[in-house]
Write a protein that binds this ligand. Structure first.
Ligand code: G4P
Length: 306
């Protein structure tokens, strides 16, 4: 695995303005007391950006594993335990349906105040706690910010030295201020497999990779999960071990045909990716906590039994 993988020209998704975004991020980080890191509950480590971690050394942060509604609930609990065992508490939630934003915001405030105490601060914090939310594209930052803002529409004046575009929003009755510019981080990729995983999850645009390749990767990944028939929602008479054949069978089953009657695997791939991302195929976690030795079990969460 190469640490310079992302800098290669073949990664068409890699945006040229990344450096600019990182500089803006660095400026914003200096202004906040707490960084809320958004991850995807279906692949918490693969959606985490190690470059950010280096900037966060000795700085309070909180973790949210978002889109937990699309993840396997049993696996989410294992991940929660894994994070706790590594000294971090991760909240698994569905930002799009966040019901009690104030509970979350007060929790963030408590983290900052308790960190201050641990560092030996004797004077009370006389200003609101400042928070920023960061994550890779499509992880749900805007969704979360919008949910937090629903009950907190009042914007506060910009702070001196802050980029003009940075707006602050009052939360929790003015005790917390949220930097209303979700911080975008570009994923730091390990290898092609990592790129395909993030494409399947929707963090990297589909048009940067052949959808058939992404869908085949996803099919293989789902078939490797320790669950019975993860592809049952496709309603195919039989499921081949070969991902390309699964796509062909799916195209035929859904009458997605090219001129001459050949299966339109491209269209089938796009449909499969869409269904996976919306939870139509069931709720899956594509990454298991490292070094776990839990016994294998069937813990599929389907829309019917979740
Ligand atoms: P970003 O700012 O980090 O780039 O992400 P954004 O909030 O735009 O969210 C990306 C997509 O993920 C959106 O769907 C959003 O609705 C969805 N999303 C965010 N959080 C959750 C969650 O907890 N659960 C689920 N199931 N979906 C979530 P979209 O299809 O791009 O747009 P739309 O459906 O909102 O129109």
């Amino acid at each position: 695995m190469s640490s310079t993988y992302e800098n290669t020209a073949r990664n068409l998704w890699y945006p040229g303005h990344m450096l600019k975004a990182e500089i803006a991020m660095k400026e914003s980080l200096a202004l906040v007391d707490l960084v809320v890191i958004l991850l995807d509950a279906r692949a918490p480590l693969s959606t985490r950006n190690p470059r950010l971690e280096r900037r966060l050394i000795n700085r309070p942060h909180a973790i949210i594993a978002n889109k937990a509604d699309l993840a396997n609930a049993t696996q989410s609990r294992k991940w929660e335990e894994w994070f706790l065992a590594h000294g971090e508490a991760a909240d698994f939630l569905d930002a799009s349906k966040l019901r009690h934003p104030d509970t979350l915001v007060n929790h963030w405030r408590d983290i900052v105040l308790s960190e201050r105490q641990k560092r030996g601060a004797t004077r009370p914090l006389l200003r609101p706690v400042r928070v920023m939310i960061v994550g890779i594209p499509n992880i749900g930052k805007s969704t979360l910010v919008n949910r937090l803002k629903l009950k907190n529409v009042a914007k506060v004046a910009n702070h001196p030295g802050v980029t003009r575009s940075n707006q602050w929003v009052n939360l929790a009755g003015g005790q917390v201020e949220l930097l209303d510019t979700p911080g975008v981080l570009w994923p730091q990729l390990r290898d092609k497999e990592h790129e395909l995983l993030l494409t399947a999850l929707g963090n990297i645009p589909d048009d940067s990779t052949d959808p058939v390749l992404t869908a085949c990767f996803l099919i293989q990944r789902l078939q490797q999960l320790p669950i019975r028939n993860p592809l049952r929602s496709l309603d195919l008479p039989e499921i081949s071990d070969n991902a390309q054949e699964v796509l062909e069978a799916l195209a035929l089953r859904r009458n997605m045909l090219l001129p001459g009657g050949r299966p339109n695997v491209n269209k089938a791939a796009q449909m499969l990716l869409k269904d996976f991302r919306s939870g139509q195929m069931g709720y899956f976690t594509l990454e298991t906590p490292p070094a776990e030795d839990a016994p294998e079990e069937d813990d599929t969460d389907t829309p019917e039994n979740a």
